[in-house]
Design a protein around this ligand. Sequence first.
Ligand code: FAD
Ligand code: NA
Length: 392
Amino acid sequence: SARPDLLVVGAGFFGLTVAERCATELGLRVVVIDRRSHLGGNAYSEVDPETGVEVHKYGAHLFHTSNEKVWEYVNRFTAFTDYKHRVFGKYQGQVYSLPMNLGLINQFFGKSHTPQEARELIAGQASEIATEDATNLEEKAVSLIGRPLYEAFIKGYTAKQWQTDPTELSADIITRLPVRYTFENRWFSDTHEGLPVDGYTAWLTRMAEHPNIEVRLETDFFAPGHDYSAETVKGTLPIVYTGPVDEYFDHREGRLSWRTVDLEESVEDVDDFQGTGVVNYNDQEVPFTRIIEFKHFHPERVKTHLPGKTVIVHEYSRFAEEGDEPYYPINTAEDRATLLRYRELAQAEPMVLFGGRLGTYQYLDMHMAIGSALSMFENRLRPHFGEGAPLT
Ligand code: FAD
Ligand code: NA
């Protein structure tokens, strides 16, 4: 096959958005490689053949955005359901509605409060420590929401997320801990929210459908011996790289640290396991952080779900070791210093642009990954391919 105009490493939302724009707008021939056996990156999902339930293979993915350009763009490839995300939290045998709100406060303190009474209650409890005096995450949280809510809804969950006692975590891991003095319990407050009507993989597959786009799976950029291996193509072809930035440079400046999540999937012999999509487990002695029950993301599909069965996933959070899926950047002071050195190397790397959550070491929601890819297209790729500007 003839040489492509552009190589994209990584078939996640970032890579596919770049590929689609370059093919559709500029008529470029684009090859997208991914080392996994499927496209879609972490947004990939598949229908469980036994139960008919769509399972998000790398953790629950809820789409939401207030960015009108992104909303218009994604609607070219999929329609969205009117799903609105809500999260509940279990603590000492009770289930509360999150994020922390007036309903939770009334239930937790065992009496009704007006919004004003609740504000005064929490402000009084938070006055124990001044926020500017907080020296660790625990003190910071207590200074924002008071000790009772902290101990129930933040302490155990945070300790499990980080495998570290909150008194040993940095205060700047949290900037705010919003408490809503209303009964509003929608998790996201964006203008647009919903789930793709026929699933994430159908959406992602349509993004790659342009005849100028070729997707090659099970193809690792760093593995030798194929047409698009790093050793063969570096410096000969424009490349958009969305893999881990430290891996690109052989970890020569050190490893960036990540948290991962172990996902334990099971089919349960009940029609409904927990009555909702996501339940957080706030008790520290419960080893998992959340249980996801996927069928609740698509109540409109009830007729295609096998009655009497449901698919759930227990999530366990921990530090990522070599070989684990990197999910959330830890972003210690050392990571930030390391990242600056990689950014300089990336800037200087000829004919390669770095993007996406792994290429920039940033947690990006889907709409942010797509928005950032649209910007790379407009600001770097279109000027390069359209007007001959250098690719830097
Ligand atoms: P990715 O999806 O990670 O894609 C990168 C791709 O590059 C991968 O497929 C990888 O295999 C490939 N790759 C890497 N190195 C190589 C190599 N050497 N050779 C070939 N291929 C390579 N966002 C939301 O908006 N809502 C949510 O509810 C939400 N939930 C999330 C839950 C979890 C647990 C996680 C981790 C993320 C969640 N996100 C959510 C974020 C969402 O997953 C990201 O926005 C999205 O994955 C970013 O796309 P990307 O293309 O940058 O990266
Ligand atoms: Na570069």
